[in-house]
Design a protein around this ligand. Structure first.
Ligand code: SF4
Ligand code: SF4
Length: 300
């Protein structure tokens, strides 16, 4: 099967088709129960600790990965004056050489999928899962796809029991959340840092919209979880975590908080000298959050 890469295009902002990096049929770490996870391509943050950096940018079909592919699965063709990279999925072995050489931290394997195709994939595993999660990249950059996909799940016989969750960096505005709310069961929101300067250093973006997203989702009962990724020396001081705990308690004392220790696996080489989280310090930080009044704190 030959697939043509999406580029060159801007990051997706709407429409019904989704630009999908990959689909994982079963996951126990992307929300409650066993879940099918759709990882979309394209993100508006550039996080220091990103474990999926090749989902950040959309392929611009520069062609740099064509020659290095050891299976000759990639081709560069010109279609009406526009270069496009095609991939023969029958030849691709998933060796990831293309990811390693891509100067844009992208992938030639992302592809546009329409909602019926994704629903068909979900249907094939529906008896074995409790829900679906759209992750990324940043899922909310493709609100049209999300809304259409979740609507289809809710209205398809045999799928309506599945919960629909979004794993997000929280950067969506109120209008986007209001668009998704009728068909979205909940969101898991990453809060990289409460301090705006630290947040900017970690993501390249301001955190005011993230904080507003957390407040809004809590107010409508759709905040499934807040995720705090602790990166040693950057956002894991006791003082910073204590203030974060107090802020979250003010939003919702019952909010579920997942405290995640930084691991180097998958991050870009330039961040490989950041130390990994210390288990003892993580336990202490969990205690700090509980001391701020939060009841539902888990550490992973
Ligand atoms: S090197 Fe990266 S941007 Fe260039 S064609 Fe390959 S995946 Fe696309
Ligand atoms: S994953 Fe490996 S085999 Fe597949 S397209 Fe990329 S470089 Fe080629």
């Amino acid at each position: 099967m030959n697939v043509v890469a999406p580029g060159p295009v801007a990051a997706p902002v709407g429409g019904i088709d989704g630009l999908v990096n990959r689909i994982l049929d079963f996951s126990l770490v992307d929300g409650p129960g066993n879940r099918l996870v759709i990882f979309v391509q394209g993100c508006n943050f550039n996080c220091v600790a990103c474990h999926n950096p090749h989902t950040i940018d959309v392929c611009d079909s520069c062609g740099d990965c064509v020659e290095p592919c050891p299976e000759e699965a990639l081709t560069l063709r010109v279609d009406r004056g526009v270069s496009r990279v095609g991939v023969d999925l029958g030849l691709c072995t998933g060796c990831d050489v293309c990811l390693e050489v891509c100067p844009a931290h992208s992938t030639p394997l992302a592809r546009w999928m329409d909602v019926p195709a994704v629903v068909e994939r979900i249907s094939s595993v529906a008896p074995f899962i409790s829900g679906i999660t759209v992750s990324g990249g940043e899922a909310t950059l493709q609100p049209g796809f999300l809304q259409a996909l979740f609507s289809a799940v809710k209205s398809t016989p045999g799928l309506a029991h599945l919960t629909t969750l979004v794993d997000t960096n929280g950067s969506a505005d109120r209008a986007t959340w209001e668009r998704l709310e009728p068909v979205m069961d909940g969101a898991m929101v990453d809060l990289k840092a409460l301090d705006p300067e630290v947040h900017h250093r970690m993501t390249g973006q301001d955190n005011s919209v993230v904080l507003e997203s957390i407040r809004h989702l809590a107010s409508i009962g759709k905040l499934h979880e807040v995720r705090l990724l602790m990166v040693p020396g950057i956002n894991d001081s006791v003082e910073m975590v204590e203030r974060t705990g107090e802020w979250l308690w003010g939003v919702d004392p019952d909010v579920r908080v997942k405290l995640i220790g930084f691991r180097r696996h998958g991050v870009r080489p330039r961040y490989a000298d950041i130390p990994e989280a210390n288990p003892g310090h993580m336990s202490r930080l969990a205690g700090v959050l509980r001391g701020a009044g939060l009841i539902d704190v888990v550490t992973v």
